[in-house]
Design a protein around this ligand. Structure first.
Ligand SMILES: Cc1ncc(COP(=O)(O)O)c(/C=C/C(=O)C(=O)O)c1O
Length: 345
């Protein structure tokens, strides 16, 4: 039976006999081929569906590690800033571990499904009149003086947990793909994947992919090489204007001879709908920046035909039902007997 990441990849993780074997059975997520889209793009495409994690995003990987180490070190409370998924995962694993969870979120800019999770798992939630970057500054300051453990991806244990996704990709394919395409917000995940691929390659000579990261155009700090003061994108999970792991993202890009580019909200929505309607895979908007970016790079001719590409789909589409309905082409067709008939436009 799958016993979670700390058990499965123990030899690669900073654990010892005192580290609690915390798990909600995170990890071991599907690596699904996407045959229809691959045919259109002329690639051998896959998606790493991280929406299948216990709280519906890749954050569970990092959070189980950060929470287990916090418990080991005697912590009684954790704190994080979040655009939603970090807080959902922190709240779930804190509940599992029996400690307090304090989250600071940008008021009104968090997808409903994520807020529902933080509420239900019992987090103490503070919504601020500001954005994620303001919230992160706030919680980093609090964690300097108060007896709480910061569990944002500046916490190295988060990166340790999240690198296991790269291990799973190589375990599933037998070697590293040519390209790993991934959305970029705070840039912890691109950092983690690259660390994982390098560690596996050192041990098993499994190869190294080109890392291709994609920011939303309205919050493309790394692409524009400047902090975006008021980031704006429909993909609220990556509505981050000052990535905390900016330098490490550049290192992953340069060491892997990859790239970091941007995609517009329109390109994200197109990929979002394509995945659902052509492959039966529902991932939240930010996740689809990985596919939107690949479509863009195929169009500009920079992806060799037949490239083996893994797209990281970082969160489940159910997290953000409002965006699905607001962007859907399916509208009420007519009213019959007091109910609406919905049909494709
Ligand atoms: C679905 C989804 N896709 C991509 C990202 C970007 O990952 P990073 O580049 O490692 O930040 C996030 C990040 C979310 C938060 O930062 C948070 O939840 O506070 C996400 O939820």
């Amino acid at each position: 039976m799958w016993q979670g990441l700390i058990h499965k990849y123990a030899e690669f993780l900073p654990i010892n006999e005192r580290t609690p074997k915390l798990t909600l059975h995170e990890g071991n997520t599907p690596l699904l081929p996407i045959p229809a889209i691959s045919q259109d793009l002329g690639i051998e495409g896959y998606v790493k569906f991280e929406g299948a994690n216990p709280t519906g995003s890749f954050k569970d990987r990092g959070m189980v590690m950060a929470m287990a180490k916090a418990i080991e070190e005697g912590s009684e409370a954790v704190i994080c800033a979040s655009t939603g998924n970090t807080s959902a995962a922190a709240a779930a694993f804190a509940a599992r571990a029996g400690i307090r969870c304090i989250v600071v979120i940008p008021d009104g800019k968090i997808a409903e499904g994520k807020l529902a999770q933080a509420v239900m798992y019992g987090a103490e939630i503070f919504a601020i009149k500001g954005n994620f970057d303001d919230a992160l500054r706030m919680v980093r300051k609090i964690a300097e003086t108060e007896p709480v453990t910061l569990v944002n991806s500046v916490n190295p244990y988060r990166i340790e947990g999240q690198k296991t996704a790269a291990f799973e990709v190589v375990d599933a394919l037998g070697s590293a793909p040519d390209i790993l395409s991934i959305p970029v917000g705070n840039a912890g995940n691109i950092t983690a994947y690259w660390k994982g691929f390098k560690e596996y390659h050192e041990r098993f000579q499994s190869g190294l992919p080109k890392m291709m990261g994609f920011e939303a155009s309205g919050s493309a700090a790394i692409v524009r090489n400047q902090v975006i003061e008021d980031p704006e994108t429909l993909a609220t999970a990556i509505r981050i204007g000052n990535p905390a792991s900016w330098d490490k993202a550049l290192q992953a890009r340069d060491e892997s001879k990859g790239l970091i580019d941007e995609v517009t909200d329109e390109e994200i929505v197109e990929a979002y709908q394509l995945l659902a309607q052509k492959e039966g895979i529902f991932a939240e908007p930010a996740s689809c920046a990985s596919l939107a970016g690949m479509i863009k790079k195929v169009k500009d001719g920079s992806i060799p035909q037949g490239s083996k590409v893994v797209h990281v789909l970082t969160g489940n589409g159910l997290k953000d039902p409002n965006t699905a309905i607001e962007t859907s082409p399916v509208k009420p067709a007519r009213i019959e007997n007091d109910y609406e008939v919905f049909a494709s436009a």
